[in-house]
Design a protein around this ligand. Structure first.
Ligand SMILES: [Zn+2]
Length: 246
């Protein structure tokens, strides 16, 4: 995870913008502003036994909708957790590939298989919404086309919670902080970082992971804080986020 993020950062710093755009490498970076005052919480990499239930309990208590980009092979192993998520009012289930490889490291044909087999399980069997998020946000032109042909929209994020790095034993390194846009003031303040980034975008799609304790443990406080600041919650499936999708 760390390595993939740092490779991504290095590429952003070293390659010309034109080349990154032409090769469709980072489709997940949303350039357009979100609807003002609206936050879409998104949780990737689940279902995750223990964490999924805890996240759903907090969301239900606050009556807040959220989007879950599931790894299909984990969904297959934990169908009861997928059902639980689907039962949350306003919950959206999206496709996050079959097994979460780095698409920049695998052939286009394999990318297509990852998307297609996840689609067969999640959409056909589990009623998921045709929203796709690339593992690590790492995209390709061919797969962009492929997922669009399957009727999907691609969902990136405005705010990277960077929970994977905050959750680490040593806290954020300088390059991790840079790659996630974490200001020095928030190097040891996960909640502060997420709220500051939401404020900077005046809302937006927030990237978190079901797999990281820090997101689970801070979810209640995050919702309370954002609601106190006047934000309301929605999902990328709603019309108001149309301009944020690809
Ligand atoms: Zn992921």
């Amino acid at each position: 995870m760390r390595h993939t993020h740092l490779v991504r950062l290095r590429e952003h710093l070293e390659k010309p913008e034109e080349e990154l755009h032409r090769t469709c490498r980072f489709e997940s970076d949303i350039a357009t502003l979100p609807p003002e005052g609206v936050v879409a919480l998104t949780f990737d990499d689940g279902p995750e036994p223990g964490h999924t239930e805890a996240i759903l309990a907090v969301l239900a208590r606050h009556r807040v909708p959220a989007t879950f980009f599931l790894i299909a092979e984990k969904a297959k192993a934990h169908p009861e957790l997928v059902e639980l998520a689907r039962a949350l009012p306003g919950a959206v289930i999206g496709n996050h590939s079959w097994s979460h490889p780095n698409f920049h490291d695998i052939a286009v044909e394999e990318q297509a298989r990852e998307v297609g087999s996840a689609d067969a399980l999640l959409r056909a069997d589990l009623g998921a919404t045709p929203l796709f998020r690339y593992p690590y946000g790492n995209s390709s032109c061919e797969t962009n086309e492929r997922v669009h042909t399957l009727g999907y929209r691609i969902v990136g994020w405005h705010v990277d919670s960077c929970d994977w790095a905050f959750d680490g034993p040593r806290g954020l390194t300088a390059s991790e902080a840079l790659s996630c846009g974490v200001l020095p003031a928030y190097r040891h303040d996960f909640l502060g970082h997420v709220v500051a980034n939401v404020r900077a975008h005046r809302g937006g799609v927030v990237l978190m992971h079901e797999t990281h304790d820090i997101s689970v443990d801070n979810l209640d406080a995050l919702i309370v804080k954002l609601e106190a600041e006047g934000y309301r919650f929605s999902t990328p499936a709603a019309q108001e986020f149309e301009a944020s999708l690809r």
